[in-house]
Design a protein around this ligand. Structure first.
Ligand code: F6R
Length: 269
């Protein structure tokens, strides 16, 4: 796990967007896994800016979103499909047929989820999966206790998640209690994962995910088993990490290697 601690949320978001843009530039037919929620909003804004001002080309890109609320159609302003249209898809040159979000109106939950997995497989698997993290340590909507081998399926949201998401719904409107979500096993099959977390309310979850034991009680901790994970946090979200000096050291060494400053690393002295 590579842990990058940026000073501010804006810097963490920019770094995340740059990694995604690099993937799009280096692999124009890339398959991206996408997340919703408050965390990635500015990441998508930066990708839109790069499309408009720097010709970032989405024409060959395929996307698969992590999850969707059950009961919400694409026109519902709180649906994740609506979020993706508003924040990214409507502003870049992506082929709408190549954007996939689980259908919140599907009633054959199992059939729809199986089909979703099949579409990911047919696309050749996910190259880069963007993730956020819940305050209870969930990735996608894999709530504490979810199997670490789970696949896309129907999931009951935890009370804490419903409370956290209330802020996105108009007052008095009920937050859905069910979601369709990629499983932890599905996420672990992505070729690389990029998790972004900002704000002190994520500090505990980030510490458990990075430095705690691998446990189904913190489903994000399963990422410790993945070979290609980058975690980007701001100082607030990384504030509880015990080994943050070491992570900063790793980044400093990376920087020296990338810029060819080998003598500073004791190579060739
Ligand atoms: C969203 C998702 C969730 C969120 C997480 C954090 O597609 O899968 O796991 O990433 O709940 O949400 P925010 O960013 O709103 O704090």
């Amino acid at each position: 796990m590579r842990v990058i601690i940026e000073k501010t949320a804006a810097q963490a978001e920019l770094r995340t967007a740059r990694i995604m843009a690099d993937m799009i530039r280096s692999k124009p037919q890339a398959v991206l896994g996408l997340a919703t929620g408050g965390t990635p909003v500015n990441v998508y804004q930066e990708l839109v800016r790069q499309h408009q001002e720097e010709d970032l080309d989405f024409s060959g890109i395929k996307t698969f979103n992590l999850d969707e609320y059950v009961g919400l159609g694409p026109k519902h302003p709180q649906s994740f499909r609506f979020f993706m249209q508003e924040n990214l898809f409507d502003h870049v040159n992506i082929d709408p047929a190549q954007t996939h979000v689980p259908d919140g109106r599907a009633l054959d939950f199992d059939g729809h989820c199986r089909h979703y997995e099949q579409r990911i497989a047919e696309a050749g698997g996910i190259d880069l999966q963007l993730l956020g993290i819940g305050v209870d340590g969930h990735i996608a909507f894999n709530e504490p206790g979810s199997s670490l081998g789970s696949r896309t399926r129907l999931k009951t949201l935890a009370g804490e998640t419903i409370r956290q998401n209330e802020k996105y719904f108009p007052e008095g409107e009920q937050v859905p209690r069910l979601a369709l979500t990629m499983g932890v096993g599905t996420i672990l099959e992505s070729r690389s994962c990029l998790l972004l977390a900002t704000g002190s309310h994520k500090a505990s979850a980030i510490r458990s995910m990075v430095e705690g034991p691998v446990t189904a009680q913190i489903t994000a901790s399963a990422l410790q088993l993945h070979r290609e994970v980058t975690v980007i946090v701001d100082e607030a979200a990384g504030g509880w990490l015990e080994r943050r000096d070491y992570y900063a050291d790793v980044e400093a060494c990376h920087q020296l290697l990338e810029t060819g400053q080998l003598r500073a690393l004791g190579i060739g002295n």
